[in-house]
Design a protein around this ligand. Sequence first.
Ligand code: BDR
Ligand code: CA
Length: 316
Amino acid sequence: MLELLVDTDTGSDDAVALLLAALDDRVELTAVTTVAGNVPLPRATRNALLALELAGAGSVPVYQGCDRPVLRPLHTAQVVHGDDGMGDLGLADPLGSARPGHAVDVLLERARERPGELTLVTLGPLTNIAAALLRDRALLTRFRHVYCMIGAPDAVGNVSATAEFNAWADPEAAQIVAAAATPELVTWIGWDVSRQDAVMSPADQDRLRGLGTPLAEFTQGINRKVAEWSAAVTGLDGYDLPDPVAMAVVLRPELVAEAERAHVRVALGDEARGQTMTDRRLDAPPANLTLVRRVRERGFKDLLFDTLAKTLEPQP
Ligand code: BDR
Ligand code: CA
C-alpha cells in the first residue's frame, strides 16, 4: 500500500489529482495539507475538502498551512482557475472542515513517526515544506520519496515567460527544497510534462462528457476557466492537468517515459523569478533532483478516464 501525504493549494487541477489519489485502491491517503497559491488558503482548504468528499474520502484529515509565501506577497492564480479556484460553478460548501493543528507541524510529526514509509506529494508552492525543512533539516530523508509538481526545465513558462506558477509563487521556498534535495529522494514533475503529455484536447473533453458520471462532470466543469485561459494565454488545444499528471507519476511510475538527474536551482532575481535553472555543463555541481521530462500520455489518460468513470456508493 502506498501511503501518501499530499500538500496542495487546491485549485481545479489539484482537485482532480486528489480524486486520482483518493480513488486508487493501492493508496492510503493519510492526510492532506493546504497552502496558499492558486487561491487564498481558506479557499484551498475548502476546495480540498470538497474534492475529498466527492471521492468518498471525507474522513481524510485536512490541515491548513502557510497563508503566504516565505518572503513575497501572495499572488494567486484565480485568473486561471476562477475566483473560487474551481471554475466558479457555485459549488456547495463542503460538509467538513480543517482539523486543528498547523500543516507544518503535521508534516514534521508524520514524517518522524513513520520514517521511510510515507510518500509526500506537493501540488502547490513549496512554502509549507520549506518552513518544515527549516525546523528539521533532515525532513526530506524521512520520506520514502518526495514528488513535486513544480518547475519548467525547458524554460517555457505559464505565469511568466520562463517560470512555472508553483516555483514563481514562492521561489525562495522552492530553492530551500532544491538545496536540501537528492535525486534519490526528490522528483520534480514540471509544467513541460503537462504541456506535452496532459492536455485535455476537445476529443478528450467529449470523451469525458460522454462518461456522464458525477466525477467526470465535476472535472470538466471545474476546469472550464482553465480552458478559457489556455485558449487565450498558453495556446494549448484544451486545458492541461499539471497536478493530475504529477499524481499519475506517483501512482504509476511505469508511466514515466523520460527522466533525467540534474543540478537545479530556482532563480530568485526579479527578471527570471522562479525559473528552473538546470545546469547541464559537464562540470556542473552534483545532481540534486530527478526531473521527469515526459509521461506516456495514453497511459495517463487511461488512468484518468478509468478513475472518473467510477460511480461511488452513497456515503452512510
Ligand atoms: C501549477 O500551478 C497551479 O496553477 C496548478 O495547480 C499547478 O500546481 C501549474 O503551473
Ligand atoms: Ca496546484
